[in-house]
Design a protein around this ligand. Sequence first.
Ligand code: 5GP
Ligand code: ZN
Length: 110
Amino acid sequence: MMHDCLFCHILAGEIPSEKVYEDDDVYAFNDIHPKAPTHVLVIPKQHIATLDDAEDAMQLGLLMQKVSYIANDVLKLEAGYRLITNVREGGGQVVFHLHVHILGGKKLPF
Ligand code: 5GP
Ligand code: ZN
């Protein structure tokens, strides 16, 4: 089912993005407004609006394992990295398709 969602449109190729990694389950691409030298968004291919809407623990675990793979093996963030997932309006979520921000490439404040 196609959702009228920015990241679903990116997944469908209707909005261009800079792909970093893709497999059957996830898609990773550069954030359009990077807040660190490396700033990548990892999204499940299945539309899930927020973390609170995720019902499948296996799917969430797989997503996090793939985030780790992308950070290390694709982005080569050997010094380490930071993950952020904003959840709903009060958490600063703007795009309502679950995503994990990977930030790295410099020493991050606190
Ligand atoms: P949120 O606040 O929902 O966690 O983060 C949404 C992120 O998506 C922001 O960091 C924003 O810069 C990024 N973003 C918004 N629109 C686009 C877009 O069209 N393309 C890309 N690559 N990133 C986007
Ligand atoms: Zn979506």
